[in-house]
Design a protein around this ligand. Structure first.
Ligand SMILES: Cc1cc2nc3c(=O)[nH]c(=O)nc-3n(C[C@H](O)[C@H](O)[C@H](O)COP(=O)(O)OP(=O)(O)OC[C@H]3O[C@@H](n4cnc5c(N)ncnc54)[C@H](O)[C@@H]3O)c2cc1C
Length: 394
């Protein structure tokens, strides 16, 4: 699909590729193998990416960013994920919340949040939806039961909101400078009717970071618990309307969401194919090169077929998102589900082609791709809800 790209899109893609080769790939395996989950993060990488404009790439130009489009975002995520999926996600995480500020922030908030974000190379953001008893439950039935879904409570007291409750698995909760907390402002309404977004800053009295989760994959990416005990947030830090968190559809944040993960999955597939092909050329089995065996060729063909189908789907949804075609919203969920299945199969085949794990760096890398790919099984809601997009076809 290269012929459809503009020179600007190609230039950003090239920048991401060079950054991935020079800075991400050399750090990938070493960071993944650090035992302490809070110790895997690398601020030097963040600073280097910031200086190239990658962290702020999705901030609109009028707020000091680069205003890159969805197609460029997808291309860059894929390039970076090919070197390390979790490091790619750490950069695109800033794009996700930049989109939310654009969608839901008022003029004063956009100026205030983007000013602080753009000038600080170490400014990362996060968003807190999931709680110990509410993950995919935020999307799955019973959708009309106020007891279902997130329960972090926010009550108005004068001109400040008082937040009580907890969150878990929140990306960047332990290192972020701004966390968007989704809280119930109407406890008697279903979660989609009674939720409001608050921008919470670290150091706010009553806000505590709990454990940093030790995940099997995406080990560079930081995910932590957050506890809110009478945390006071000024009304000026409320994003969007009271009870409006889930009511504003079709914004940049929702068009980005699942496309972001799928573009990342595509990078993992590209890495797996490159590894498998190199291994097939280098390794000998039964007196000839592995890639001369038909069974190997069939496995590599399947990996290639799934990856190229995924690439077409990712680019289609990204390009449609740029022209706000309604079809991309319908396909976003299908894309996420397809990318999960395709990538997990591709990574499994790559592992299968290699020798047993822990016999050297190459096998460790194949095993890492599988661990990173498994992360998709429990991320951003659930696969059943996404299939509901089929309604638009009925
Ligand atoms: C690496 C990583 C990063 C993350 N980052 C963030 C983040 O930054 N912010 C954030 O808010 N969250 C984050 N999450 C959390 C993520 O969104 C949730 O893990 C996801 O929504 C699934 O929720 P869960 O893990 O609680 O699983 P559950 O919701 O408990 O689901 C487990 C199983 O139960 C099933 N199930 C659940 N409810 C029902 C029901 N009502 N009916 C039938 N079946 C049901 C599901 O389909 C699934 O098969 C992250 C997770 C990971 C792994």
């Amino acid at each position: 699909m290269d012929h459809l790209l503009t020179d600007t899109q190609r230039a950003w893609q090239q920048k991401a590729r060079e950054f991935a080769d020079a800075e991400i790939r050399p750090r990938s395996l070493a960071r993944d193998q650090i035992a302490e989950p809070a110790g895997t993060f690398d601020w030097a990488l963040m600073r280097k990416g910031s200086q190239l404009g990658i962290r702020t790439a999705a901030v609109p130009v009028e707020y000091g960013g680069h205003g890159i489009d969805f197609t460029t975002q997808a291309l860059m995520i894929t390039e970076m994920a090919k070197a390390d999926s979790a490091m790619a996600k750490t950069f695109s995480q800033s794009w996700k919340w930049s989109h939310l500020i654009v969608d839901q922030g008022n003029a004063e908030q956009k100026r205030r949040f983007f000013d602080a974000f753009v000038k600080d190379d170490q400014f990362v953001m996060g968003g807190g939806i999931t709680e110990p008893n509410a993950g995919s439950d935020n999307r799955l039935p019973p959708g009309d039961d106020p007891k279902a879904g997130l329960q972090l409570k926010a009550q108005l007291d004068g001109d400040t909101w008082v937040l009580n409750g907890s969150k878990c698995y929140i990306a960047n909760a332990n290192i972020g400078k701004l966390i968007f907390a989704f809280a119930r402002t109407d406890p008697n309404a279903p979660v989609h009717e009674g939720t409001t977004i608050f921008a919470v800053e670290p150091g706010t009295p009553g806000l505590k970071v709990g454990k940093v989760f030790n995940k099997h994959g995406w080990r560079f990416y930081q995910n932590a618990e957050l506890f809110f005990e009478n945390v006071r947030v000024a009304d000026s830090n409320r994003l969007g309307a009271i009870n409006g968190a889930h009511k504003k559809h079709g914004g940049k944040n929702s068009r980005f969401g699942e496309m972001e993960y799928s573009a990342n999955a595509l990078g993992i597939c590209d890495a797996a194919i490159e590894m498998a092909a190199a291994h097939g050329r280098a390794h000998r089995q039964a007196g000839k090169r592995l890639n001369e065996h038909q069974l190997f060729q069939l496995k590599l063909s399947e990996m290639h077929m799934l990856t190229e189908a995924l690439r077409s789907f990712v680019m289609r949804v990204a390009m449609e998102a740029d022209v706000t075609a309604p079809i991309s919203r319908k396909h976003n969920g299908f894309l996420m589900n397809f990318s999960t299945d395709a990538m997990q199969r591709v990574c499994y085949l790559n592992l299968d082609i290699h020798r047993a794990a822990n016999k050297g760096e190459i096998s460790a890398q194949a095993e890492k791709l599988v661990r990173d790919a498994i992360i998709w099984t429990h991320i951003a809601g659930d696969s059943v809800t996404r299939l509901k997009a089929v309604k638009a076809l009925l």
